[in-house]
Design a protein around this ligand. Sequence first.
Ligand code: R5P
Length: 283
Amino acid sequence: MYDWGLKNRLSRVIKSDGKTVMLAVDHGYFLGPTTGLEDAEKTIKPLLPYADALMPTRGIVRTSVSPISETPIVLRVSGGNSILDEDLSNEGLTVSMEDAVRLNAAAVALSIYVGSQNQKETLLNLTKLIDEGHRYGMPVLAVTAVGKNMVRDARYLALSCRIAAELGAHFVKTYYCDGFEKLVKTCPVPLVMAGGKKLPEYEALELTHNAMIMGAAGVDMGRNIFQSEAPVAMIQAVRAIVHDNATPKKAYELYLSLKKSKKTGKQAKVKGITASAAELSRH
Ligand code: R5P
């Protein structure tokens, strides 16, 4: 059974409806200045009010996020690799638990690379982090990273998610795949879906909807939000699906309406769902 502090932190990330919309902005830890995050502060600021949690590195927290923000931080604490590496799995822990606590993180996140050259090291990093997490009351998010040449199918991702949960991860982030429900059914902790490469907005909303109806606890989405033509409209449309069970069609209508209202200054309206309803659902 988790301690009170750990449960309290986790409840700041996964809301009372059991769902979460996390905004992933940690890409720079191995990708450098990712498209849409070149000026991280500018990108993050307008999105923060709509994110249940933000997932950055500590460098971005300290330089680009206001300390008076109430949005919980899920801190990326693994790295050491770069996009120039042939094998991305060469990751270690990059942040001490003490610094994560100093930053008032609500959870910490690291990548595991099951089936890679560095499988054992990344899994032992996970268990080390979980042991420290229990000492400090800090939940651990395991990210099932996929190497450059690895297949993202249900068999592989179910294996990775289950191993992460067996080793004690408090929640797991993984990619969407055909047979996603298998991942959810065989993973005893909440599973959040990573967005992956930028897709047309409607497709990203469909992906979100599919993951949610198959039992995901929400999303940890980056590029499909901050690389959208209208990021603030997009995150609200994602929220409508995750927290208000909106269909992809309704959510897309909301997206278009919010995008338009930004230009015209008029309030966005979609029958059956409003932007303010989506916003209110996070409280
Ligand atoms: C990997 O670079 C990071 O863990 C990202 O946070 C993760 O891939 C989610 O971001 P996206 O939705 O852009 O894939």
